[in-house]
Design a protein around this ligand. Structure first.
Ligand code: ADP
Ligand code: ASP
Ligand code: MG
Length: 408
């Protein structure tokens, strides 16, 4: 007997047939003698619709009310899956985040999990009841619902797996594992049997949506065994998936493991900023207080005591960033504020970069050969990222996938 957390994403619970399919999969897991907790996302498209409604009413909406709205998607699927399981004769009940309780910090819209008291849930699991838990949500210190940021159900699942001391956390999605890049835009992408936590973390943080970055971070820290599997594979069909492992468990290390892209970016440029000590903090201080995550930053050479400053943020934060910078205009002293939402970030990731030179240049050369202009560059020990015009996203990812010898 093992204790397993199974997580099903939006496309896996997209309609009643898919929910029945999930119930059947859970039934088989229970039948094999395991104690099971299931974490579900909202039905495919539901969260986007809820987010869209909030934005349509006000781009600068109250994050606590946003959470009250967007958390409802998961509440629907927990109830529906519990009903589908009961219809199969499986004892099951739904759990909202606050009922467990799963407590978060007060960063509404992108909250971090603080603690999970899983004792009630464990007691019922031990009696054979399947817990159907709402992903993406928890209870903030202000006694209001908080959500964990887009894709957050992965993090709910890994955190729950740690809290119930599960033997494994199986993330079921609409692809059969982690690939060298998004298989939906590069058909020649290869599935990886194993991927190192560090590489998965880096890929997820730069846009590989298959896992939310925080779930990988948590799995690494809490030593949770995570497997990514397809919820579309039929019974009996092999579902090989991808296992997250420590770096030293991978014998044949590739120099480049994967390529990721993110279209959730926006570029902000402040023209003619006074070039003096303290100007960076006058820009990024207020943004950090407004809980805006700034990613790539470049500052141009200074001419006549002034410079241009360019940085990238999440596209969804753009209205807040413009509002914030306009309010700080006098204090910062910039002349013009330019923004561009038609950008994408392309990243190449691999632990082999620690010991190999020339990886970044292969990227620059490949993009140059396709006449793709690089707007901003950033690097880490195991990653190189560039910002390009969004229209070239697919072309860039395909060309790089070939250039690094990743094509199947
Ligand atoms: P879920 O709703 O199950 O959480 P997501 O849409 O969040 O599913 O994540 C799965 C999607 O991630 C896939 O459909 C795929 O298009 C995308 N994806 C991006 N990069 C990768 C990658 N390297 N490997 C596998 N899938 C990826
Ligand atoms: N439903 C949420 C989202 O679409 C959480 C998740 O799917 O993981 O972002
Ligand atoms: Mg997801």
């Amino acid at each position: 007997m093992a204790r397993i957390v199974m997580k099903f994403g939006g496309t896996s619970v997209a309609d009643l047939d898919r929910i029945r399919n999930v119930a059947e999969r859970v039934r088989r897991q229970v039948a094999s003698g395991d104690q099971v907790a299931v974490v579900v996302s909202a039905m495919a498209g539901a969260t986007n619709q809820l987010v869209g409604w909030c934005q349509a009413l006000s781009p600068l909406h109250d994050a606590r009310e946003y959470d009250a709205v967007v958390a409802t998607g998961e509440q629907v699927t927990t109830g529906l899956l519990a009903i589908a399981l009961q219809a199969l004769g499986i004892e099951a009940r739904s759990w909202a985040g606050w009922q467990i309780p799963l407590l978060t910090d007060d960063s509404h819209g992108a909250a971090r999990i603080q603690s999970i008291d899983a004792s009630g849930l464990i007691a019922r699991m031990e009696r054979g009841q399947v817990a159907v838990v709402a992903g993406f949500q928890g209870l903030a210190p202000d006694n209001r619902i908080a959500t964990l940021g887009r894709g957050g159900s992965d993090t709910s699942a890994v955190a729950l797996a740690a809290a119930v001391a599960a033997d494994r956390c199986d993330i079921y999605t609409d692809v059969d594992g982690v690939y060298t890049t998004d298989p939906r835009i590069v058909p020649r992408a290869r599935r990886l049997d194993r991927i190192a936590y560090e590489e998965m973390l880096e890929l997820a943080s730069v846009g590989a949506k298959v896992l939310q970055a925080r779930s990988v971070e948590l799995a690494m820290k809490e030593r949770v065994r995570v497997q990514v599997l397809s919820s579309f594979a039929d019974d009996g069909q092999t579902n090989r998936g991808t296992l997250l492992v420590d770096e030293d468990e991978i014998v044949e290390k590739e120099i480049v493991t994967g390529i990721a892209y993110s279209r959730d970016e926006a570029k902000v440029t402040l023209r003619h900023v006074p070039d003096r000590p303290g100007v960076a903090t006058s820009v990024f201080g207020p943004l950090s207080q407004a809980r805006v995550n700034v990613d790539m930053i470049v500052q141009n050479v200074s001419a006549e005591g002034a410079t241009d400053m360019t940085f990238t943020i999440g596209r969804a934060d753009l209205p807040r960033v413009i509002d914030c910078l306009e309010r700080e205009r006098a204090n910062i002293g910039f002349a013009t504020l330019l923004t561009d939402s038609d950008v994408a970030k392309i990243s190449v990731v691999g632990v082999g970069m620690r010991s190999h030179a020339g990886i970044a240049n292969t990227m620059f050369r490949t993009l140059a050969e396709r006449a793709i202009n690089i707007q901003v560059i950033s690097t880490s020990e195991i990653k190189v990222s560039v910002l390009i015009a969004e229209d070239y996203t697919e072309l860039a990812v395909r060309a790089l996938h070939t250039a690094y010898g990743l094509d199947a």
